[in-house]
Design a protein around this ligand. Structure first.
Ligand SMILES: CC(C)(COP(=O)(O)OP(=O)(O)OC[C@H]1O[C@@H](n2cnc3c(N)ncnc32)[C@H](O)[C@@H]1OP(=O)(O)O)[C@@H](O)C(=O)NCCC(=O)NCCS
Length: 167
């Protein structure tokens, strides 16, 4: 399987939203997300990341199999969303996208990449640890991380969450 990476364009957005919805099925029996009620990343946020942040897609046979997307906060990057179509899970595409994101963030001047994820599912915090991320202590939160957590509290159980960082 040959995988190629490229920057996302506006024409990709509906496929990216489709992949996010399909990928969320992996959470269906975890009790962590209400998969039927969840909303996907809105169009305008995709456009903002394409224009001023980082949005990279992975293609196999000219079809998008996964994507990674985020934004820059001052001198660090925030990895907001990573999704791979379940038809392509566990073939290394997620790891490839994370490496591409971290590399791009560095090229764009970020001194670290942060993300927020669930602690326990093997495809969340344990997956990111394999990609070199470490847990962030609450004492080391940056101001925007506390704001993000406060917003997440409306729809997520914060005890299931962890912020992670890769320098
Ligand atoms: C997270 C996600 C993108 C991983 O994509 P992927 O292409 O399947 O991941 P990879 O094949 O690159 O896996 C990298 C490593 O993680 C492990 N891993 C990935 N998914 C796993 C799973 N479901 N169970 C156990 N291990 C898993 C792989 O075995 C591999 O380990 P190795 O390096 O020891 O071989 C995918 O599971 C997904 O789309 N999940 C739903 C959305 C999500 O949770 N996004 C991230 C939250 S911020």
């Amino acid at each position: 399987m040959t995988v190629t990476l490229r920057n996302a364009t506006a024409a990709d957005i509906f496929r990216l939203q489709d992949i996010e919805r399909k990928a969320a099925e992996i959470f269906r029996d975890t009790g962590l997300i209400n998969v039927d009620a969840m909303s996907v990343m809105p169009l305008h946020d995709h456009i903002a990341c394409i224009e001023t942040g980082i949005s990279i897609v992975a293609e196999t046979d000219a079809r998008i199999a996964g994507f990674i997307i985020g934004e820059l906060h001052d001198d660090v990057a925030y990895l907001r969303e990573l999704d791979v179509d379940p038809a392509f899970h566990q073939r290394g595409i997620g790891a490839l996208l994370v490496q591409a994101f971290v590399t791009r963030a560095r090229e764009d001047g970020a001194k670290a990449t942060y993300l927020s994820t669930f602690r326990d599912p093997p495809w969340n915090a344990p997956f990111y640890r394999k990609q070199g991320f470490v847990d962030v202590d609450r004492a080391d939160y940056l101001p925007w991380m506390s704001e993000l957590e406060a917003a997440q509290a409306a729809f997520l159980n914060l005890s299931t969450r962890v912020f992670m960082r890769r320098d």
